[in-house]
Design a protein around this ligand. Structure first.
Ligand code: TYC
Length: 109
């Protein structure tokens, strides 16, 4: 008796592939969120949503007001690396302009 693991989708007796479903996983997607605060100007949040998240002025305003009223809102949903880049870009610009705006990400599902 050996302790060698059987590779999923193979059969040691038959020596053939037995997996019928391709072993593929969709990449996890991440929601990029912005948080409300009392100091960041509404116009700055709208500009962030237009510039980094490709929202129209109308959609950006709708999201900004949602965050203002409810505390948190979704800017977009992206693969991990893209979501991380967006969070960094928003946080860097907010810090440069001395706004306390917070941006984060969370995995979907
Ligand atoms: N609450 C802010 C204000 O009254 C506006 C604001 C909206 C700030 C959304 C952050 O994510 C935010 N100036």
């Amino acid at each position: 008796m050996t302790d060698k693991k059987q590779t999923p989708g193979t059969n040691k007796e038959l020596g053939v592939a037995t997996r019928t479903k391709p072993k593929v996983k969709k990449p996890s997607m991440y929601r990029v969120l912005i948080l409300n605060d009392d100091y960041t100007p509404m116009e700055f949040v709208v500009l962030v949503l237009e510039h980094f998240f490709n929202k129209s002025r109308e959609e950006a305003t709708r999201i900004m007001l949602h965050v203002h009223n409810y505390g948190v809102g979704v800017c977009g949903v992206y693969p991990l690396e893209v979501a991380e880049t967006k969070v960094t870009q928003v946080m860097d610009l907010a810090r440069d302009q001395q706004h306390p705006l917070q941006c984060t990400k969370e995995r979907e599902d």
